[in-house]
Design a protein around this ligand. Structure first.
Ligand code: HSE
Length: 440
């Protein structure tokens, strides 16, 4: 049996504690599968005394994760601290410079510094594995980096935030308020330390930026993502979507167009008949469209301690099984120095359908005027309905829902401006993009 692979774990929150517990409970199985023991030798976290339900006795404790990262008592540094700067960044750089492999779940760090960190890892001949950073337990990074080699990707999209999908699902199925759903997601350990990162779409954007780089061989461009979260989605939107045969999901979408790459994160209407519409709760799903495969859909638990720890274990196993002196594959599928410059496509020119919910004064001509403004801007309507169901509607106020055929956001915005100027609206219009894919 080879010598044990020595692990240092920094960050003992939900995921870190799960990693430690599973490495302990499944030690024999992992040793058998990897051909060597995976042995945690040292840890670092903010509080030494907190009860995490795992036994830390016998492990060397470091108050400073950077010291742990530099320690010669580890072969692999597992970074589960989080954050795109500060201790996490310095510790990962330190570990790579020291010639240690790194396993991280830190999408924010990689979205910002991934290419620079990959360059260090590649120059040092070590692995920088980050399966746990995207879509929790789903092995999407390995699939894109390794299994899809030779495929030309045209689009990658999906549900990549468990917290948002959990909230939208429970709002839709149980009519529970956004705030209450979010509290439950936090209690269950799905949400980020700052849950605005989840609900405002930043977490999805970080993950999407990594998949975009893997999909198109480009530099990571998280700042070039158009982001809109779900805090603006009401029960009225969810009910209206349902009536028209759609569900609302927070999607991250990266698409190759003739003018560049479109990256966007926004609440999206997906046809109820589509596969992605059946993805409920904390489950994530990533669809990858390629020339050779058509569409591949990977789905599974997107957040939570054990699911995310599963991805960390897979990354550790890769390292444990790698042969000493063997040249490791590049971090983002192609060597970091060869990643192409990212060219952003303007999403206002994105051609797609839109769902529009308008709250209007109930007076003669309003309905007709709305339809004309759409026509004037070349927008063809798939449906236009007036709803009377909302108990919350005041007297003299009606809800009008439109679903457009493919058009551009520029055209929709122009039509909405004209409708606003006509003074028919009681409230700000709600506009949600429609995305078609698997099964629809
Ligand atoms: N907060 C994230 C989510 C955790 O809800 O999906 C996994 O990255």
């Amino acid at each position: 049996m080879s010598e044990a692979l020595r692990i240092g774990v920094a960050g003992l929150g939900t995921v870190g504690s799960s990693v430690l517990r599973i490495l302990h409970d499944k030690a024999d199985m992992l040793t058998r599968q990897c051909g060597k023991e995976i042995k945690v030798t040292a840890v670092s976290a903010r509080s030494r005394s907190r009860d995490r339900g795992v036994d830390l006795s016998g492990l060397k404790w470091f108050d400073d994760p950077v010291e742990l990262a530099a320690s010669d008592e580890i072969d692999v540094f597992v970074e589960l601290i989080g954050g795109d700067e500060g201790a996490a960044k310095v510790a990962v750089e330190t570990a790579l410079q020291a010639g240690h492999h790194v396993v991280t779940a830190n999408k924010a760090l990689l979205a910002k510094h991934g290419v620079a960190l990959a360059e260090i890892a590649e120059s040092k001949g070590v692995l920088l594995n980050f399966e746990a950073a995207v879509a929790g337990g789903i092995p999407v990074i390995k699939a894109m980096r390794e299994s899809l080699t030779g495929n030309s990707v045209s689009r990658v999209y999906g549900i990549m935030n468990g917290t948002c999908n959990y909230i939208l699902t429970r709002m839709g199925e149980e009519g529970i308020s956004f705030e209450d759903c979010l509290k439950d997601a936090q209690r269950l350990g799905y949400a980020e330390a700052d849950p605005t990162f989840d609900v405002e779409g930043n977490d999805t954007a970080h993950k999407l930026s990594l998949l975009t780089s893997l999909a198109f061989g480009t530099q990571i461009a998280a700042d070039d993502i158009d982001i809109e979260g779900i805090s603006n989605i009401s029960l009225a939107d969810i009910r209206a979507a349902d009536d028209l045969g759609y569900r609302i999901k927070l999607l991250g979408v990266a698409l190759k167009t003739e003018t560049g790459i479109e990256q966007r994160v926004h609440p999206t209407m997906v046809p109820t008949s589509s596969v992605i519409a059946q993805v409920h709760g904390v489950t994530n799903a990533v669809a990858i469209e390629t020339d050779l495969l058509g569409e591949l859909l990977l789905s599974g638990p997107g957040a939570g301690g054990d699911a995310t720890a599963s991805a960390v274990l897979g990354d550790l196993a890769d390292i444990a099984k790698s042969r000493p002196g063997f040249q490791h594959g590049p971090v983002f599928g192609s060597p970091a120095k060869t990643l192409e410059t990212y060219k952003r496509a303007d999403i206002r020119e994105h051609d797609g359908g839109f769902f529009i919910r308008l709250t209007v004064h109930d007076r003669t001509g309003a309905f007709a005027a709305i339809a004309s403004r759409m026509a004037e801007n070349g927008i063809s309507l798939e449906s236009i309905v007036q709803r009377n169901r909302d108990a919350s509607e005041e007297k003299g106020v009606k809800t009008v829902i439109l679903v457009t055929h493919a058009t551009t956001e520029t055209a929709v915005q122009k039509a909405l401006e004209a409708i606003l100027n006509d003074d028919h609206l009681v409230d700000k219009p709600q506009m949600i993009r429609i995305e078609r894919g698997t099964g629809a």
